[in-house]
Unconditional design. Sequence first.
Length: 423
Amino acid sequence: MKPRTIAGGIALLAAASLLIIAVVWAGAQAAGSQPERIVLCPTADPTTGAYVTWRGGADVTDASAQIALDNGTPAIGNDARTIAATPNVLQVGTSSYKHFSAALTGLQPDTAYAYRVANGTKWSEWFTFRTASTRPKPFRFLYFGDEQNSIGTLCSRVVRQAFAMAPDARLKLHAGDQTNAASNDTEWGEWFMTAGFLNASTLVVPAIGNHQYERSVPGSDTRRLTSHWQAQFELPRNGVAGVEESSYYFDFQGVRFVVLNSMEKIVEQTVWLDTLLTGNPNRWTVVMFHHPIFSGARNRDNAEIRKQWKPIFDSHRVDLVLCGHDHVYGRSNPESGPAAGHTVYVVSVTGSKQYEAGDRKWAARFGQDLQLFQVISVDGDRLRFEARTADGSLYDRFEMVKRGRTVRFSPDTKLGPERLRSK
Ligand SMILES: [Fe+2]
């Protein structure tokens, strides 16, 4: 081969290589990044649908989800239905991301489904979940207090312990302050990491906390909900106008779950809640929000929220009110003490931040310097509640049995001593 021909050959080879690299690169760009932060949330009717939300790069132009009956075979996707996703651009510093949401609707009640999501041609694994039954049917759910601090390092083991003890839990309730800084994307990344595939295969039910709010502009006294909330979670828009997706409700197998926003539009939510619980056909009612009606931490009291919402809980005989914010554990006895009535009030904490105790006369069971998760079982007329510490040890337990409008409340009286901070 003549030298000139060799040089020409090398140039041709180099050009071809560049072309291949360019094609591969363009293909990779079009394919998008692997879906991350995948989270399944309830629609207003969990018997026929669920929302799924996930994150991709700003360059993703065609995101979608696929859903099929879970037939337990590798051919799971043969009859899958493809659903286009809606993007929501979220700016994080100098980077921007797209959070995609797809409504998995038109499903059959009490049926196992498999779904996956894609950024372009980059698909997630198949996840499975079961739609709710239209009738009351036994199920369990998890409830977590504030994660907020040491989310990745110390909360992940709590979530994993909860999964080990209740792998069949259908819902995962979070009572607010999931992160410490409202729009800290690294903290949100940790929060999604702690639950991994659990977020994609149980219905995640989040309430906002004060730490999901930030100054509207630096130095301003007005605060607004972080843009991360709306981007990362798709939730029922059946609450109060102006606090959509932070006040919402849905019914699940005999239980009405109501999530309230304890930061804004308190009076409006009072009116809405009163209407919502009038004629509620469910056997049980569980309400969750961040700031507790009865506080357990020093120098804390949410008098306005108590004044507005407690009469509604009383008049509609709400069974359980689940809160966070105080970084202690507290649980009332509906038959005695300052919180007596029908409702059982609970404050709990999952993260590492722990507070000094305040006036805790309202709490029949109290605890400090604990990381906790709660497993709640509903079976017809019977509701069982367990609070467990990060190592799985039982810390609190009670049972409620409903006969007509009468409830028999039975706390476990054989528990060990309360864990209190030594002065
Ligand atoms: Fe808080």
